[in-house]
Design a protein around this ligand. Sequence first.
Ligand code: SAH
Ligand code: SF4
Length: 369
Amino acid sequence: MTTRDERLDVLSLTPGELDGALRMHFAAHGQPAYRVAQVASWIYEGGATRFVEMTDLPAREREALAEAFTLAEPASAEAARSVDGTVKHLWGLTDGELVESVLIPSGSRVTLCLSSQAGCAMGCTFCSTGWGGFRRQLTAGEIVSQYRASRRWAADQRWPPISNLVFMGMGEPLANRKALMTALTILNRGYEVGARRITVSTVGVVPGILELAKRPEQFRLAVSLHAPNSELRQELVPLEKRYPLPVLMDALRAFQRAGGRRLTFEYTMIAGINDALDLADGLADLALDVHAFVNLIPFNPIPDNNWTSSAPEHMRAFARRLEARGVTAAVREPRGRDIAAACGQLRVTYLRARRARTPAAPRAAARRS
Ligand code: SAH
Ligand code: SF4
């Protein structure tokens, strides 16, 4: 019989919680209070991955820390580098689940795209992660670890430091609210990533948007809209039935009222599905209502259906129609298409290859019929 690991995971603790836990630990060991700051500095600035690396602590104290706490990061299962410089990492979690993060260099900026869940329960019809189904929630530590490990990787490769974080990897961040909210605090206060450099992307989980609006930090919000009316949106985003557009817009107005916050609409453009030019007018009304910036994203083809992206010229025409109505819009470049196209695809590719290598693979990804 295995006993459960009762040790506290330091990577899942907010700086305040870490401070409290370390204070108690060192007091019980008759150690001076300054040990707390030493350990915190190793974790946040030093990026230590094991207590034994904390060389300004006595060896005995490092051992005692390892007995009381864990400091475990997911292992890198695979990395893939695109011709455009984008790098995807696939992380193997302790129970064998896989999640991915993506580093996107652009001039002097490096954006890191983070996953918040293994899989996703939202079932959006254009999304690979959606088709794979939900596996489990990530802990705050597993979210933060993607940042820590990517920061180390970027430094090893002599890249500029990571400047922006976006929760646009696998999963719906606001459906894993507790861990996400904790991870935001840790990234912002512990690792000192400015709130305005962190964007939470949601498909429209209204209670989560309202909770984010209440936070004092000015985290940015991206809303994956994809359609300007409920009828069409329901076909792409099943969550529309639970939180229909008028309810979502009310929440976004509350987010706006909270002040100083940047709101973006994400609109994935799928040929013949949601890209008719007159839909731009409805989208413009919604964007003007909440002062949202609009990002038009080319659809990345997925193995689960035969949809294709709108043509670049058509996307530009759609953007011009928005701009004619006074909306600021950008047409996004597709990045990293050669390494694993859409969100969730590196995991799918890896699992397929692993299944091919080991015929008795444990379980096939859940599929919707
Ligand atoms: N669940 C959150 C965040 C993860 S998805 C959300 O939906 O916002 C991140 C972004 O990738 C979303 O804007 C989503 O619409 C987009 N996306 C998913 N599948 C895509 C595809 N096949 N092509 C282009 N964009 C896609
Ligand atoms: Fe989940 Fe976002 Fe994909 Fe929808 S688009 S299935 S919410 S990850």
